[in-house]
Design a binder for this molecule. Structure first.
Ligand code: DGT
Ligand code: CA
Ligand code: CA
Length: 597
C-alpha cells in the first residue's frame, strides 16, 4: 500500500500525542502538529515529490529534521521516533487516547491523579465517580467518558476463531432442527476464517411460518435479546458473544450469504462492479431495473457479474476481484491436501499421549508422516529433552517405525533458540534427526534489530529446518515480537529453510498477510498443529484457513508434499545430499501444478 499524505500526518499527530502524554516541551509538540496540518493540506503527494527529488525543506514548518522523517515514513510507513515513543508509553495509554474527549493532556492528568493506564481502569474510575473530581473534568464529562469507555470495551471484544466455530456449529445444528428451516449457514468473518471474530452472523431460509426467530431467541445459551423481528434477531450469549440471525427467501439465499459474508470492502467493490454494468446488487439479489437476474446462489451472482466463484477466505478486497477478472485466482490449499504434520509433542515432554497413540491418530487422518518434536532442555518446565533423552527417543521412534504401516514418525525436536541465536542442543545430536524445528520461548522483548538477527543466526545453524511460530504472538495475551519479517523470510529463502504456520488456536502464527509475504518470496510454509494430544492434530484446519486467507496453494505448503519429496526438501535444508529419485518427484508435481496461477 502506498503511503499517502494522510498517513504521514497521522504519524506526526501520534508523535505529538505521545510527546504530550510524556509532558514534553510544548514547542516540540506544536512543531509536529503544525507539520501534520501542512502535510494534510498539501495539494500534491509527498511520495511523488520525493520521487521527483524535490526539497521538502521548502514547505512551511518543515525543516531538515522533519523532511528526513517524512522520507522515512514514506519509505517504511512509520518512523523510528514513533516506535521509540510507543515503547516508552504504556500501550494501553494509546487506547485511552482513542476515547472521545480524552486528549493527551487529560490522559496525563488521569494518569498523574488517579494512576489510570488502561481502559478497564478508566471505566472503573468513572463508575466510582472519581473522574468527576479531577480538576478540569466534572460530572458531565465523567458520564461521557463512562459511556465511551463502556462501548469501546464492548465493541473491542473479539473471540478466537476456534471458540467462535464451536459456538456457531452448535447454534447451526439447533437451527437446522427447527421445523421449517431449510438452510442454516454461517457468514461474516467466521466464514472468512479470520483469526478472531467480533460477532456471529447466521443466515437461514425457511418455509412460511417457521418459528425460527422465537426458537433462536429462546435458546438456553441466550442471555439477552437485543432485538427480534420476523426476519432478523440479535442476541447476546452467556459468553458475551453477540449473534445476528437473518432469514431470507430461498431466491435471495445466495445474495444474502454473499452480503453477510463480507467483507464489507469486498461487498463495496462488487457493488461498484455491478453499477458499472448498469446493475444493482444488494442482499436480496442482483437486479437489472426491477428484474432479479441472480441471487439464489453465490455462484449465480458472481457469474452474472462476469466472475468465477471467489472463495470466502479471499474476500478482503486484497486483489481478489482483479485476480478473478483476469482468471488468475489461486487454487487454494485444502485440508485434504495435507500429507502430514511437522510439529507435535508426546508424553516425553509436555504432551499427553504416547508415540504410538500419536502415530495412529495421524494415520487415522490419512497422513503419511508425523514429526515428533519435543521441547529441548532449556524449557525445563515442559520437561525439555537433553541430548541423552533425545538419543533415547530417536531409538524408540526407529523401533516403532519398523512396526508401523503406511505412515512414518519423523524424528525432530523443537529446539530453543537462545538469546544469541545459538541452539539449545549441540549440532552433533541435531544431525541425527530428520528435521530441526527452532523456536523462541523467552526474551520476546528484544529490540527489532537484535530479535531479527537472533532468528537469522539461528537459521544459519547447519541443521535448522523450520522456524516455528515465527512472531511468538498469543492472541489476547502477547503481541508479536518486533521483528523484520521480510528479512526473516528472505533469509529463509537464501538458506533454503521453511517457516511454520502454527495452527494452535491462540497462535495462528504466521498470520494470513505473513503467509502471503512468504508466498511472494517463494518460501514454503509448513502448516503444523503443534499438537500436545491426538485431538490437537485437528487444529491444522485453523491453519488451513489462515493459509487460504494468505492465498497459499497446495504447492506453497511444505507438508502437502508426499513423503519422499518431503524428505528431499528436509535433507536439502539440513545440508544433506538429496537423492535423485526424490527430485524427480518434485518435477512431476511441478508439472501437475503448472496449470495453476
Ligand atoms: P466481525 O464481526 O467484526 O469479526 O466482522 P464481520 O465481517 O463479520 O462484520 P459484521 O458482523 O459487522 O458484518 C457482517 C457482514 O455484513 C460484513 O462482513 C459485510 C456485511 N456488512 C455489514 N455492514 C455492512 C455495510 O455497511 N455495507 C456493506 N456493503 N456490507 C456490510
Ligand atoms: Ca460478524
Ligand atoms: Ca454482525
Amino acid at each position: 500500500m502506498p503511503i499517502v499524505n494522510a498517513d504521514v500526518a497521522a504519524v506526526f499527530n501520534q508523535i505529538a500525542d505521545l510527546l504530550e502524554v510524556q509532558g514534553a516541551n510544548p514547542f516540540r509538540i506544536r512543531a509536529y502538529r503544525n507539520a501534520a496540518r501542512t502535510v494534510d493540506e498539501l495539494g500534491s503527494s509527498l511520495a511523488a515529490m520525493l520521487a521527483r527529488g524535490e526539497d521538502l525543506d521548502a514547505l512551511p514548518g518543515i525543516g531538515p529534521d522533519l523532511a528526513g522523517k517524512i522520507a522515512e515514513i514514506v519509505a517504511t510507513g512509520t518512523c523510528e521516533q514513533l516506535e521509540r515513543l510507543r515503547k516508552e508509553v504504556p500501550p494501553a495509554i494509546t487506547e485511552l487516547l482513542a476515547i472521545p474527549r480524552l486528549g493527551p493532556k487529560r490522559v496525563r492528568a488521569l494518569h498523574d491523579e488517579l494512576g489510570i493506564e488502561t481502559l478497564p481502569e478508566l471505566l472503573n474510575a468513572a463508575r466510582e465517580g472519581r473522574i468527576g473530581q479531577v480538576k478540569g473534568f466534572g460530572a458531565r464529562m465523567e458520564q461521557q467518558i463512562l459511556e465511551a469507555a463502556a462501548s469501546r470495551l464492548a465493541q473491542e471484544r473479539r473471540f478466537k476463531l476456534q471458540v467462535a466455530l464451536q459456538v456457531s456449529d452448535a447454534l447451526l445444528s439447533e437451527l437446522k432442527a427447527v421445523p421449517g428451516v431449510r438452510q442454516a449457514v454461517a457468514a461474516g468473518s467466521l466464514r472468512r476464517m479470520r483469526d478472531t471474530v467480533g460477532d456471529l452472523d447466521l443466515l437461514v431460509t425457511t418455509q412460511r411460518g417457521s418459528a425460527v426467530m422465537d426458537r433462536f431467541a429462546g435458546s438456553p445459551d441466550v442471555q439477552r435479546v437485543l432485538s427480534k423481528g420476523r426476519t432478523r434477531a440479535s442476541v447476546v450469549l452467556r459468553s458475551g458473544m453477540q449473534v445476528d440471525l437473518r432469514s431470507v427467501p430461498p431466491a435471495s439465499f445466495g445474495a444474502a450469504w454473499l452480503y453477510f459474508t463480507g467483507s464489507k470492502a469486498h461487498n463495496i467493490a462488487l457493488r461498484r462492479l455491478a453499477q458499472e454494468a448498469g446493475l444493482k446488487l444488494n442482499e436480496y439479489g442482483l437486479y437489472r431495473g426491477n428484474e432479479r437476474i441472480a441471487g439464489e446462489s453465490e455462484v449465480s451472482v458472481y457469474r452474472a457479474l462476469g466472475l468465477p466463484f471467489i472463495e470466502p477466505e479471499l474476500r478482503e478486497d486484497r486483489g481478489e476481484i482483479e485476480a478473478a477478472r483476469g482468471h488468475r485466482l489461486p487454487r487454494l490449499v485444502r485440508l485434504a491436501d495435507l500429507r502430514g504434520d511437522l510439529h507435535s509433542h508426546t508424553k516425553a515432554s509436555d504432551g499427553n499421549d504416547t508415540l504410538q497413540a500419536m502415530a495412529e491418530a495421524a494415520r487415522a487422518r490419512g497422513w503419511q508422516y508425523l514429526a515428533v518434536t519435543e521441547h529441548s532442555k532449556r524449557l525445563a518446565l515442559a520437561r525439555g529433552l537433553d541430548a541423552d533423552r533425545l538419543a533415547r527417543q530417536i531409538d524408540q521412534i526407529d523401533k516403532l517405525n519398523a512396526s508401523l504401516e503406511g505412515m512414518v514418525l519423523l524424528k525432530g525436536i523443537e529446539v530453543d533458540i537462545l538469546e544469541d541465536g545459538k541452539l539449545d542442543l549441540p549440532d552433533a545430536v541435531l544431525k541425527r534427526l530428520d528435521l530441526v524445528v527452532g523456536a523462541i520461548h523467552h526474551r520476546f522483548d528484544l529490540p527489532r534489530d537484535r530479535q531479527t538477527d537472533r532468528l537469522l543466526r539461528a537459521m544459519d545453524q547447519p541443521c535448522f529446518t523450520i522456524l516455528a511460530h515465527p512472531t511468538g504472538r498469543l492472541i489476547d495475551e502477547r503481541p508479536p515480537c518486533d521483528i523484520d519479517l521480510q528479512r526473516v523470510i528472505r533469509h529463509a529463502r537464501g538458506r533454503g529453510c521453511f517457516l511454520e504456520l502454527n495452527a494452535q488456536p491462540e497462535r495462528l502464527d504466521l498470520t494470513d498477510l505473513a503467509c502471503r509475504m512468504a508466498r511472494d518470496e517463494g518460501v514454503l510454509v509448513s502448516i503444523n498443529s503443534d499438537a500436545h494430544s491426538t485431538l490437537g492434530l485437528d487444529d491444522v484446519r485453523l491453519g488451513i484457513g489462515q493459509a487460504r486467507r494468505g492465498w497459499l496453494r497446495a504447492r506453497d505448503v511444505l507438508n502437502t508434499r508426499p513423503r519422499e519429496e518431503l524428505r528431499a526438501l528436509l535433507d536439502a535444508a539440513m545440508g544433506r545430499a538429496v537423492q535423485p529419485r526424490a527430485s524427480a518427484a518434485t518435477k512431476a508435481s511441478e508439472l501437475a501444478d503448472a496449470h495453476e496461477a
